[in-house]
Ligand binder design. Sequence first.
Ligand code: NAP
Length: 522
Amino acid sequence: MINKVFTNDPIRLYKTKVEQEAMKAAISAVEKELGKDYPIVINGEEIMNDAKIKSIYPCQKDMVVGYVSKANKEQVIKAIEIANEKFDMWKNEAQEKRSGILMKAAQIMKDRRYELNAWLSLEVGKNYVEGDAGIAEGIDFLEFYAREGLRYAENQPVTKWPGEQNIYKYIPLGVCAVIPPWNFAFAITLGMTAAAIVTGNTVVLKPASDAPVIAYKIYEIFKDAGLPDGVLNFIPGSGSEVGDTIVDHHLTRFICFTGSREIGTRIYERAAKVNKGQKWLKRVVAEMGGKDYIIVDNNAILEDAANDIVKSTFGFQGQKCSACSRAIIHSDVYDELNELIVEKTKKIKMIDIREFDSDIHYYNMGAVINEAAQKKIMDYIEIGKKEGTLILGGNKGPENGFYIEPTIIKDINPGDRIEQEEIFGPVLAIIKADSFDHAIEIANDTDYGLTGAVHSSCRTHLEKAKKELMTGNLYLNRPCTAAFVGVHPFGGFNMSGTDSKAGSGDYLALFLQGKLMSEKVY
Ligand code: NAP
């Protein structure tokens, strides 16, 4: 019996000796497991292929986290066919059982929390606190969607009609292609997969190629929690090689994607085509990039604004879809706030995430995910140096990893490239606004609409911001990152995606279709 009340799992801040020692022990234990081979999994069968994805630790390029078998095209098709076959069984399974498996998986994750954090932190270069926040979010998704699954399984309310018994209920869709990003390799992969499974759909999961080992751990946990074979099929492989096959296949019923605008729009377009043998219009949930901002008004508490800008910009090296990449500052406080932001950012160290420092751990940055990302970010820094004035950073860090210094470029103009395009790295563009209205205009003037924050002590301005900012997740007098499941439903407008609002009461509806059954009563 699942207790109806959902509560968020608290994040560990690693301030106590007990937590620090436990994490160090977990890292040491995981280090002994590095470099192993991982299979693809179809219908419960674990298959090792010769072609492998090499997953490395971004802070130490020569450290291999694991070698994960790459599925070939035939195996991808097989996985989709199996998922389609298993759908008949899984859709008829009792909701209590499906929700119960999620709760059991959540408990396994709680029991393995430090170890999972160690795998995640090593595979993507998160510091311990950021890593733990990801594990906690994953647990929250499971416990939240388990309860939501029970709610959606009930008959839904309809208006009474004389002489008829009307039943309206939700049923699952079919085979779901889950395509997650690497940056929230645990929480987002898990959230999308769990939502599909709990609602009675079957899944082919193609993990991100930069984080396939932690995705395999997710598969393993579902299996240990009792998920039947074939409900979740694990098919790693490069998106450019197998992505189209998954998206185009006539048995793929819907696609649940989180990643870049470029790939999201490609999937959206391809999914619109009705292929031979296909009986439905494919549904696409596509959550994409952002060009997020923090507006600072001339009456804001500058110390708080600076802290929130630094935290939101440089947390996890700026590699969050919600990361602040634009500080839009009222001209009256522009110079003063710039100084504060620089002073605080100077405290950030580039670290191997295993070098734990409990005083300033939250800001300490690992390396960015890979060489291509490092190059792309450095290219944007060069563009930014021409568009504005570099006031901090701008260089690569230690050569052993893909490091980039926390970088700040001021005097950027609305419309400049680093003001418009997603960089996805530790780079802050600072833009001067003539007035609060001008700041709103600048904030709204991109193709994206994911997160944003406003710092102001003027109630009229805060209310105006609520009305006028076209931002899926708008925060007032707080950072623009850190959304908690159930508390801050998450998803963006415009080119940030379909606004699916992960972690909300609406989310599971995207994995279901409504069926009405109307019977004449004699
Ligand atoms: P990405 O390059 O778009 O990749 C996302 C996923 O798509 C990966 O699994 C990737 O596989 C796969 N893929 C690549 N090409 C494909 C194709 N042709 N067909 C099907 N799938 C394909 O994004 P990323 O670098 O992993 O993640 C960063 C992006 O995600 C940023 O833009 C960020 O803002 C966004 N994001 C958005 C949210 C949100 O909620 N809105 C949350 C997190 C991240 P490979 O890894 O094998 O290439």
